[in-house]
Write a protein that binds this ligand. Structure first.
Ligand code: NAG
Ligand code: NAG
Ligand code: NAG
Ligand code: ZN
Length: 394
């Protein structure tokens, strides 16, 4: 997950309004431009909560190209602290292409039905492994000092993920999608047998403990090595059982999420401009901090209502012993928004919402380490990954 980091910004803030459509349920985020600490112009979608604060402290900003000058660093820090939620969407490098949201291509989904796929609960679910998840998070959070997308070692974790996926689905089924920074996205596929349509299960591979350009330790065990571990194990179980859907199943590990959904925007924009048919996208961002007695699966309800409702039904149908929680995250809290912005149905399941009291208190710090996580509960997210892709790709 990400939160807006205004503290490094400098004085000039331009507010854009009517020429750009708002990216989500309109009005909850706005496109702004500002100069960063290096004097470079940045263009970002910023959540309304932050702008409300800005308006409260600076007067109205609800005008086209309103220039907010001489903002003190204290004011910027205050915005950050009142808005410790998600998130901003950095569109600086895309501003000459499309900055408007594409219309959502709505879909109808058949009600989840475990009796259609008895092999899931009879076989696949029994193959989930808490130790397997632990081992992956251990490497990602301990063998790499940081996975910060602007660090000097940003590429290494992506290449390790590529190698792991090649071992699972075969090298011809794995590709890197490069970004403007030195950390690629990794995409692994299980090709469908009879359809060009695609189902996506995703997580982000980068980490942060404040500054994604720093070389400081940023273990990101929960955020989001835990999500990557779910992708690997879901793919492993499908391949071990020789599963192929009629639709293609893709596993996406995104770079630069903490920089404003950078890698997922690159990928989603590419798919949209290629006319790819993505029927459903599921993001898992922070799944293994589980302080309750029972595993908690939180469906974030901000995106496409049909897929959100279907995903809640999926949790209830397959994991009735667990706690289904719903929460909101506001605009652009994780990579599923890049898909929603490009017209594709997308949803996120996580351990909690960013405003919930059960949010991992260590996230975005050097203390986001493996010892705070509970993999016996996180295996439930592998079951969800399996059920999601099998129900959608069958
Ligand atoms: C991770 O580090 C451990 C301990 O140093 C080492 O034994 C292991 O081989 C490393 N694994 C990878 C994948 O680099
Ligand atoms: C790609 O995946 C398909 C489906 O699992 C598999 O049949 C094929 O062998 C894979 N390709 C390679 C080169 O491993
Ligand atoms: C492929 O899909 C089409 C359209 O959904 C269907 O009519 C056809 O029977 C399918 N073929 C196979 C081999 O499953
Ligand atoms: Zn995250």
């Amino acid at each position: 997950m990400l939160w807006p980091r205004f503290s490094s910004l400098l004085a000039l803030v331009l507010i854009f309004n009517s020429v750009h459509a708002a990216p989500s349920q309109s009005g909850d985020a706005r496109l702004i431009q500002f100069k960063d600490a290096s004097g470079d112009l940045q263009t970002e979608w910023v959540p309304q909560a932050a702008l409300n604060y800005l308006a409260g402290s600076r007067g109205s900003v609800d005008r086209t190209a309103d220039i907010v000058a001489d903002m003190s660093s204290a004011a910027l820090d205050a915005i950050t602290s009142v808005n410790r939620g998600p998130g901003f969407l950095d569109v600086t490098e895309f501003q000459n292409t499309v900055t408007e949201k594409r219309a959502l291509k709505k879909r109808a989904y058949a009600t989840p039905n475990p009796s259609n796929y008895p092999f899931l609960q009879d076989t696949y679910f029994n193959q989930v492994s808490a130790d397997g998840l632990y081992d992956i998070v251990d490497v990602l959070s301990n063998n790499f000092t940081t996975r910060g997308y602007h660090s000097s070692v940003a590429r290494a974790p992506a290449l390790w993920i590529q190698q792991q996926f090649e071992g699972i689905v075969g090298s011809a089924n794995v590709t890197l999608v490069e970004n403007s920074f030195n950390q690629p996205n990794v995409i692994a596929k299980i090709p469908g047998t009879n359809s060009s349509e695609i189902v996506i299960l995703a997580a982000h591979l980068d980490s942060t403990s404040g500054d994604p350009g720093s070389e400081n330790r940023a273990p990101g065990a929960d955020d989001d090595a835990s999500g990557i571990s779910i992708l690997f194990q879901t793919a492993q179980i499908l391949v071990a059982n020789g599963y192929q859907g009629s639709r293609t199943i893709e596993f996406h590990a995104y770079a630069g999420e903490e920089g404003g959904l950078l890698g997922s925007q690159t990928v989603a924009r590419q798919y949209a401009s290629d006319g790819a048919e993505v029927v459903a996208m599921l993001q898992m961002d922070m799944v293994a901090y589980q302080p309750s007695d029972k595993p908690v699966l939180t469906v974030l309800t901000d995106t496409d209502a049909a897929l959100v409702a279907w995903t809640q039904d999926l949790v209830t149908a397959y994991l009735s012993e667990d706690t289904l929680h719903t929460s909101t995250c506001g605009y652009a809290c994780s990579d599923h928004y890049s898909w929603e912005d490009n017209g594709y149905p997308a949803v996120s399941i996580d351990e909690s919402g960013p405003y919930d009291s059960s949010l991992n208190p260590y996230y975005h710090t050097m203390q986001d380490t493996i010892d705070h996580l509970d993999f016996d509960k996180a295996v439930e997210f592998v079951k969800m990954g399996l059920a999601f892709v099998v129900e959608q790709a069958a």
